[in-house]
Design a protein around this ligand. Structure first.
Ligand code: ZN
Length: 328
């Protein structure tokens, strides 16, 4: 039996690192004192993580749970929301957008998601080889129980302390960050991570979304926070000097956009553009390229820098300033 190990990260904030081999773990947080606590994020579905939560509830590490908060709908954060809501009787708190997305994919079979992903990748001109599989959210328990929505700008009391709700975007549709000006802490979910930052993917179910535009807006908003805030991310350790990381991530996206525009030559598919921008990707990243590349092309279309046209079922893109000479 795995006993939960709580790491105190700040006054009345403990981090519970949950198993997720692909990313070296996913962070859940427990806010407040036993008897008056909120759980933030829940880990992957499956028996291993469920056993940790059962142990935490049994040994009092998580007790008197008043709310189960889920920052965003991704499986590594929402994997145990059903179990925790059921075991604690507490309401599930999410943004409207994330709850809608979670309900949507939770209600779809793996085959339905696969079919939509196939259409999306076919349109991008991606070869069959190297394609990944969509995540199967039907493995989650049905999402019934009490749900409360939180909105941007709300102030809510969690674990005996007031938190401001800040809705992000880009990594998912309407993820929630929680801000304590007293503690100078931002619970960021996956909206800010170390390394190259969170993935900014377009979802196959919403192929037209400008996720990168949403993410840039979020990064601009982070820049308006005081410099001395500490970010508690959904993966990894606390992030100090977070504005350096904001700048690094923004630069990374800008460089990929510049490279795409610079190397784009005539009408090209998303698969061709992906190979210009993401050189030598790992097999895991390769499976994500259809989604990450579409975030770039959707952004550039929104910015009127490129155009797209359907060519026998495959979308082709070209630079806006290139169109008159080559394609008219
Ligand atoms: Zn995520």
């Amino acid at each position: 039996m795995t006993e939960p190990v709580l790491e105190p990260w700040a006054e009345d904030i403990a981090c519970l690192r949950l198993p997720m081999p692909a990313f070296g773990g996913v962070n859940a947080f427990i806010l407040g004192q036993p008897g008056n606590q909120t759980i933030i994020d829940t880990g992957m579905p499956g028996a291993e993580t469920a056993a940790i939560w059962h142990a935490a509830l049994r040994n009092g590490s998580a007790g008197g749970v008043e709310a189960v908060f889920c920052t965003h709908a991704h499986i590594d954060h929402a994997g145990q929301v059903g179990l925790l809501a059921r075991e604690t009787g507490a309401p599930l708190l999410m943004s409207v957008g994330e709850y809608e997305d979670l309900s949507l994919v939770n209600g779809m079979t793996f085959e339905e998601r696969q079919r939509i992903a196939t259409i999306f990748q076919d349109k991008g001109g991606f070869p069959l080889e190297g394609r990944g599989h969509p995540t199967d959210y039907s493995v989650l328990a049905p999402l019934h129980g009490q749900v409360q929505h939180v909105n941007d700008g709300d102030t809510i009391t969690l674990g005996g302390r007031d938190w401001e709700v800040m809705l992000g975007g880009g990594h998912s549709r309407a993820p929630v960050c929680l801000l304590s000006r007293d503690l100078k802490i931002l619970l960021a979910g996956d909206q800010l991570l170390m390394g190259s930052g969170p993935q900014v993917p377009v979802q196959a179910e919403r192929p037209g979304d400008d996720m990168l535009g949403a993410y840039f807006s979020f990064l601009d908003r982070l820049d308006t926070l005081p410099d001395d805030f500490v970010v508690f991310p959904g993966h990894g350790d606390p992030i100090h000097n977070f504005k350096q990381q904001v700048a690094r991530i923004r630069n990374g996206h800008r460089q990929r956009l510049d490279r795409l525009l610079d190397k784009m030559d005539g009408a090209m598919t998303r698969a061709e553009l992906a190979s210009l921008v993401f050189t030598d990707p790992s097999s895991r990243l390769k499976a994500r390229l259809p989604y990450l590349t579409t975030a770039l092309t959707n952004y550039l279309i929104t910015q009127s820098q490129i155009l797209a046209c359907d060519d026998a079922g495959i979308l082709k893109y070209w630079r806006n300033d290139d169109a008159p000479t080559r394609h008219r």
